[in-house]
Write a protein that binds this ligand. Structure first.
Ligand code: MF3
Ligand code: CO
Ligand code: CO
Length: 251
């Protein structure tokens, strides 16, 4: 069941989304060769608390840290670690979700660390473009599959593998709620978009095949099966009467 947000809830979603965006903006200058993913986690955690919010990932279904840090062939849900240092040429997706006054704001971005190979840079640029192509489909009367199909059309034409096992999601008081937002081609009609819906669009895009594997040791880290690198961008959006509002923009 899709929960339509009322005015008061939308105000809280705006505040949580803005905080999430500002958190990503805050961490950006620290994303440099030599920093550990745990340092990035701790900086984000402290910033979140100081702003009167809570880190949703921490203890979510047993997730052990406050943000997800997904480096190179890690697709998503990478766990920050004191022994994992960024190095020149890496890419890292940082995914943050603060809860402010009971509501979630979920956003992520893939950062380039130092000098990154052109092919990898293109993956990152195209992944962000795919997210925006999906967002452009958000308006009342369109359907979830319009988002999915627009993203797929662009990425498939460019030869990428689109992750299928993880999708965008409704969001509000709950971290993950209906509807699911697939980023790959749909052959059926999915949920019709209505004013007041809030959900994420967060394509995970692989340089190789779409297949992924979950770490057997930590049960969280999702990697590409073929070891090729993967990028992701994410925004939380609101369906408005005319189209959309991005909730995860900084002020
Ligand atoms: N932020 C992720 C998403 O976009 C979810 C992370 S769940 C966690 O849906 F437990 F790994 F934090
Ligand atoms: Co999300
Ligand atoms: Co996220």
């Amino acid at each position: 069941m899709v929960h339509i947000k009322n005015k008061a809830e939308i105000e809280k979603m705006r505040a949580a989304g803005k905080l999430a965006a500002e958190l990503l903006q805050f961490i950006e200058p620290f994303v440099k060769p030599g920093v550990s993913t745990l340092e990035l986690n701790d900086l984000c955690h402290e910033y979140t608390i100081k702003r009167g919010a809570v880190s949703a990932p921490l203890n979510y279904k047993g997730f052990p840290k406050s943000i997800c840090t997904s480096v190179n062939d890690v697709v998503c849900h990478g766990i920050p670690k004191a022994s994992d240092f960024l190095k020149d040429g890496d890419i890292i997706n940082i995914d943050v979700t603060p809860i402010l006054n009971g509501y979630h704001g979920d956003t992520s971005k893939t950062f380039l660390v130092g000098k990154v190979k052109p092919e990898i840079k293109k993956l990152v640029v195209d992944t962000e473009k795919a997210m925006w192509i999906g967002i452009e489909q958000v308006k009342p009367g369109n359907r979830v599959n319009d988002i999915s199909n627009a993203i797929d059309e662009f990425l498939t034409a460019n030869g990428y593998g689109i992750v299928r096992d993880l999708m965008g999601h409704g969001i509000g008081k709950k971290f993950h709620e209906d509807p699911q937002i697939p980023h790959f081609k749909q052959t059926r009609l999915l949920t019709k978009l209505e004013e007041g819906m809030t959900f994420t669009i967060e394509p995970m895009v692989n340089l190789g095949a779409y297949n992924v594997v979950v770490s057997k040791s930590d049960k969280w880290t999702v990697r590409t099966k073929d070891g090729k690198w993967s990028a992701q961008f994410e925004h939380t959006v609101l369906v408005t009467n005319k189209g959309y509002e991005i909730l995860t923009l900084p002020s």
